[in-house]
Ligand binder design. Sequence first.
Ligand code: NAI
Length: 720
Amino acid sequence: MARSKDSESKSADATEIPGRLQVEEGIAWLTIDLPGKKVNTLSSVFMAWFDQRLTELATADHQALILRSGKPGTFVAGADIEELKAAKDVAEVQELLRLGHAMLLRLSALPYPVVAAIDGACLGGGLELALAADWRVATESPKTKIGLPEVQLGLIPGLGGTQRLPRLIGVPAALDIILTGKQLTAKKALNLGIVDEICHPSSLSEAALRVAARGKRKKGKSIGKQGLAAKVGDLLAHSPLGDKVVYDKARSGVQKQTKGHYPAPFAAIEVIQDGLGMSLEKGLERESEAFVELVVSDVAKNLMGIFFMKNAVDARAAALAKKGRPVERAAVLGAGLMGAGIAQGLAYKGYSVALKDRDFESLGRGVHYVAERFEELRKRRRYNEVQVKEAMARLHPTIEYGPLEHVDFVVEAVFEDLKVKRQVLAETEAAAPVDLIFATNTSTIPIADIASGSRNPENVIGMHFFSPVHKMPLLEIIRHPKVSEKTLATTVAVGRAMGKTVIVVEDGPGFYVNRVLGPYIQEALWCLTEGARIEEVDAALSRWGWPVGALTLLDEVGLDVGYHAAKVMAEHFGDRLDMPSALQNLIDDGRKGRKGGKGFYLYDDGERQGPDPKVYDLLGWTESSVPADEISERCWLQMLNEVARAMEDQIITNPEDVDIGIIFGVGFPAFRGGILRLADHVGLERVVERLRHWESLKGHRFTPAPMLVEMARTGATFHA
Ligand code: NAI
């Protein structure tokens, strides 16, 4: 029979013990299992416990040590970011890193082989722990994800990842993983040489014992099945040519991607390059220096802030979703750009979806669009052929209402016209069960106006997706005074099941996201009419950090769509949001943006060409300098001012929802932490001062919202 010896201290409080160390037939099994937590992290409690176990292990004569998790489906998800954020000062972070490095060096130095047995998330500090082992085995479970995502939080791997990974798999592959923060499947990790064997989850222990039998690992690379190019790249990285060929190439790639706004990837490149010319111990010190500099930077604070805000937003939505009722069969009305995208998202997540349009031609286009998205997934190996067939089989195209007889949930995405939407609602209600939920994807029409035509207004709700649906992570759910809590909760649940980040807002023109996007785009238009060139306006905004400039964005959205939204807003909010004449002139000229081949830019077969000089004629424009700083400041201040007014109107009240909505809905630059985070950072007194400045030059549209004035007066901030 197996001998089992449990070496936990009897006196310790069992609820505090973050793991177990057991010895069976000469093999030590260290099981990481943080009590009361869904996932394991390298918390300080764990590290202290682990440190003591290492002292015991160092003098034992086991045959092997196997690290594993007591939580199925997660190994170690990373460092404890809460603790990192709570660190009092740089010295505390430095001390944490010093202890962590010393511990992992002791782990590597154990006189017998150490194996990390990985099932589930093995990320950040989790992978760094595993990299300090001799061998790694991982399960083929879809939950197994291996990576170093620290750059996404504005950091670099701080527990040796920048030093051990390139030494293990070569510089080019390590750079790719560290600079992108991508998460690999076990198979990919095997091919790169990060893990040594993969197995079915049920045979993880056997696989771990098998690789342990290989003994201590000899120094040297393990670059798996990487091709010749990777090997040559690694050789170059170690040669005097490395600078030019490997590292400069990585730097220019990062510069292009980040426009220089994110310091972490640059720091990672530097630390890898420096570290490879040193001993591992010195390299680890170099890594710590860079980590500490980053952890106190504004960018890291902002990115970590987003991480916490998103968790909070998700947790609130998850709590709400629990109160929903089950939905199995859904329908989507309108198979246009949005309807087809929504139907694809539902079928992808396993719902049976009836997709209805008015005629076969429109329906055919929608079905083709859905098929294209699934084909993309297949090409990216996220789906195999059978899965594509199964997903397409869940889609039921129709031009009749008959198939709606048994559905629980309908998303309506027909033309943006109240009469059409009401008619579709009435027809749906005539065909579908009484308690059907009707979610409208309108972008501008008040939900109450649509709901008032319903026999069950409590079952009607707004479900505002963003385009393209398969890429955009945000879903804005809009309630109106009559909607029931059950309808709200069910809609949130469906949105979450589709993988969206869900915020709930109140009914009103433009709801939240479009309401605040409007004034931002309009301000860019004002800058254009005042004499800035099209490309200057866009360049100023993208240099500030927007993914694309506002004029490019309007071309993408469609000038006709933007015009319609602007009209709705102007009707409700009056001259404060009057449309610049620029837009009107371009609409009168039949410009629709990319889809029509011309907007601010010209398009050839969908491919963007240069700015269209005819736009300047249409505007009666004369060139006049509008500095880039002025363009970016006016645009974000206008957006902020409208955010404050939406908050005053109680359309949205939680600052976390505001910031997550703007980042995930329209790509507000993440390194700035969110629009309210930015306002706090600038200081509201200064914000109001700048608004007053622009008010004196440009007029009423810059009058600061009373909320901002009051907050500036009392020295308040949006975030705690
Ligand atoms: P679209 O014009 O591409 O598609 C509308 C579809 O509805 C067409 O296929 C049309 O044949 C169909 N349709 C019209 N009347 C119908 C009826 N009575 N029964 C069944 N189908 C009918 O429009 P798009 O862009 O997909 O927009 C749809 C809705 O989504 C609109 O309310 C729009 O405001 C909203 N929306 C649009 C966004 C965008 O970026 N395009 C973003 C968010 C919301």
